[in-house]
Design a protein around this ligand. Structure first.
Ligand code: G6D
Length: 348
């Protein structure tokens, strides 16, 4: 495994570096130590064309301006926290209401907007960051580590690990927008998605979970046998309409057995298979991508990428029946997600 290190600019005098991991098959994953952002994933289609399959930018300036968390690790808490505040052991903590009136993806200067230390290791790169007590309003001094490893089976292994010196909240994810067509030839509406999930979380008008789990059966949220994403963009289901004619929903994963998430583009033959130890995956179909701006000269627009954010449940702190996202001193937050880049020729 080669890891090619290159300067990617600087922020406030701090250097930002890109790390390109290239395996023996020519698959490439590139990430920078600003936000642990994955800037590029290059994988072959069924004809052997190696093309980029994530939305990204070519310059640091564009990532600093980016409002979409493109490719970034988001946290301390991925997703929204209602009212931008929470209580732990009788104390109230107030966070940035950066998605007013709520908190989103760790706040104004979340993990996506800080510079991480980086170390090239065998098979990839490891990022680390010390998040001081009360950073973005969260309690506890937290040591975070994010590791990206690319193997010769075309799998990207992503490991997250966190330690705190006092009780806090922690659940992070990677916010890459996948588009398997290759170099964004089209949007993702005719990509097929399969998730063996029986339930998803109902959202309210602020995209905050109501606490209700909804069965997917007989609805545009039933991806158990695989179906095209466009079922949601044209749907009149109130939850599809609510989030801007698509999906922006956490799906409960059937942990401990066949909890694969599979995304396919039949035209290119590319298949992305995701396995995770997280209890949920937020499916976000880029409904809020605005027509302003571009991604490497491709004009931005709705549905240009799909995020599959494996994570704890959003706003879990306000829903005792959700799997927890509280971590205490002496405990280890750890999470693993594996992305496998494959090909399916029509002959199979
Ligand atoms: C919108 O509601 C969506 C979020 O889920 C997404 O993460 C963000 O855009 C980038 O706020």
């Amino acid at each position: 495994m080669n890891v090619i290190q290159e300067s990617f600019g600087e922020i406030g005098g701090h250097p930002v570096t890109s790390f390109s991991m290239v395996n023996d098959n020519g698959v490439e994953v590139t990430a920078i130590n600003y936000g642990c952002i994955i800037t590029k994933i290059v994988a072959p289609d069924k004809h052997g064309n190696y093309e980029n399959i994530v939305l990204g930018h070519d310059t640091l300036k564009d990532y600093v301006k980016d409002p979409y968390y493109l490719g970034a690790v988001v946290g301390r808490v991925a997703g929204r926290i209602k009212g931008g505040s929470f209580e732990l052991d009788g104390k109230i903590y107030n966070l940035a209401k950066n998605d007013p009136p709520n908190h989103l993806h760790g706040g104004d200067q979340g993990f996506n907007r800080v510079i991480w230390n980086a170390e090239i290791i065998d098979g990839g790169v490891s990022f680390s960051y010390f998040s001081p007590d009360r950073e973005e309003g969260y309690p506890g001094n937290v040591n975070m580590q994010v590791t990206y490893l690319l193997d010769n089976n075309n799998q990207l292994h992503v490991y997250y690990e966190g330690h705190t010196d006092q009780k806090t909240l922690l659940t992070v994810t990677n916010h890459s927008y996948f588009n398997l067509s290759g170099n964004i030839k089209k949007d993702i509406l005719d990509h097929a998605l399969q998730i063996k999930s029986d339930r998803f979380l109902e959202l309210d008008h602020e995209f905050i979970p109501t606490g209700n789990f909804i069965e997917v059966g007989n609805s545009p949220f039933d991806f158990r046998s695989g179906r095209e994403i466009n079922i949601g963009s044209g749907s009149e289901h109130p939850q599809n309409v609510l989030v801007g004619e698509g999906y922006d929903h956490p799906f409960l994963l059937n942990i401990n057995h066949d909890n694969e998430i599979v995304l396919k583009d039949f035209e290119s033959g590319r298949i992305l298979t995701i396995e995770t130890d997280e209890p949920a995956v937020v499916v976000y179909t880029g409904n809020s991508l605005k027509p302003e701006g571009c991604f490497r000269r491709i004009p931005s627009r709705k549905y240009l990428g799909i995020c599959l954010e494996t994570q704890g449940l959003p706003d879990a702190i306000h829903h005792p029946h959700f799997p927890g996202t509280i971590i205490d001193s002496g405990e280890t937050y750890s999470s693993k997600t594996v992305y496998k880049f494959g090909i399916e020729t029509n002959e199979e």
